[in-house]
Design a protein around this ligand. Structure first.
Ligand SMILES: Cc1ncc(C[n+]2csc(CCO)c2C)c(N)n1
Length: 224
């Protein structure tokens, strides 16, 4: 059990090898032992800034697709955390590494990056909040799992700040909240035994595709 909710555990099991390939990708192992080249890390961060721009739009769409005040509150809180905290963090790390804000804002979006965020947005545009959250979950919980594992297994402090962000209580709490939101959204729309709903297979497919797109994102990080 992950501690991130019932639906997430079931979807992760359905994703099979893809989940393992995402959370134990060579890029992740390079963060763990400090062997990831710095230029690959900075290239990843620049692309991730662009990623966060579109990811924030996807969470804003979750506000649009909400049906209850509790859903709106959770979604709007994530939009705020992303735009007011996570994005400035990336700007600060890049600036400290010599990448100006102008250079960062001018980053050309890689195809692997574009494919992922537009897939998530499309899941939301054409579906309801359950479809959108199934596409968002691998990102949120995957980094939670990676941070938690690297927090105890890391053998180098080179990327300790990055690991600490995702291993920390704040982020772990956000994963638990997102897992609870996913469970509640599925119960509301699919019923209490949501895994017996005719929609379940497709939601698991959406989760798996987003997981595969996360693998491609790490791979892109290794090829600046
Ligand atoms: C490619 C990529 N995937 C996942 C994350 C992690 N992440 C993105 S938004 C967010 C906050 C809640 O949605 C978190 C943890 C990332 N930064 N980049």
């Amino acid at each position: 059990m992950s501690g991130y909710g019932t639906a997430f555990d079931l979807m992760r099991d359905q994703a099979g090898d893809a989940w393992r390939d995402y959370t134990r990708h060579p890029f992740v192992e390079g963060l763990k032992d400090g062997t990831l080249p710095q230029d690959a890390f900075l290239h990843y961060l620049r692309q991730d800034y662009v990623f966060l721009t579109h990811f924030s739009r996807a969470w804003a769409l979750a506000v649009v697709k909400s049906e209850t005040h509790a859903e709106m509150l959770a979604a709007v809180g994530t939009v705020n955390a992303l735009v007011a905290r996570e994005m400035p963090l990336h700007i600060g790390i890049c600036e400290a590494a010599g990448i100006s804000q102008d250079a960062l804002f001018a980053t050309k979006e890689r195809a692997e990056n574009l494919a992922y965020t537009r897939f998530v947005l499309e899941a939301g545009y054409s579906g309801d909040l359950a479809d959108l959250l199934a596409a968002l979950a691998p990102c949120v919980m995957g980094y939670g799992e990676i941070g938690r594992r690297l927090g105890t297994e890391k053998t180098s402090d080179t990327y300790a700040d990055w690991i600490g962000t995702y291993a920390g209580a704040d982020y772990q709490g956000a994963c638990k909240a997102a897992g609870d939101m996913l469970d509640a959204a599925l119960r509301r729309r699919l019923g209490p035994d949501f895994q017996t709903s005719p929609r379940w297979t497709r939601l698991c497919q959406t989760f798996r595709t987003a997981t595969e797109l996360e693998i491609n994102f790490w791979q892109m990080g290794l090829t600046p």
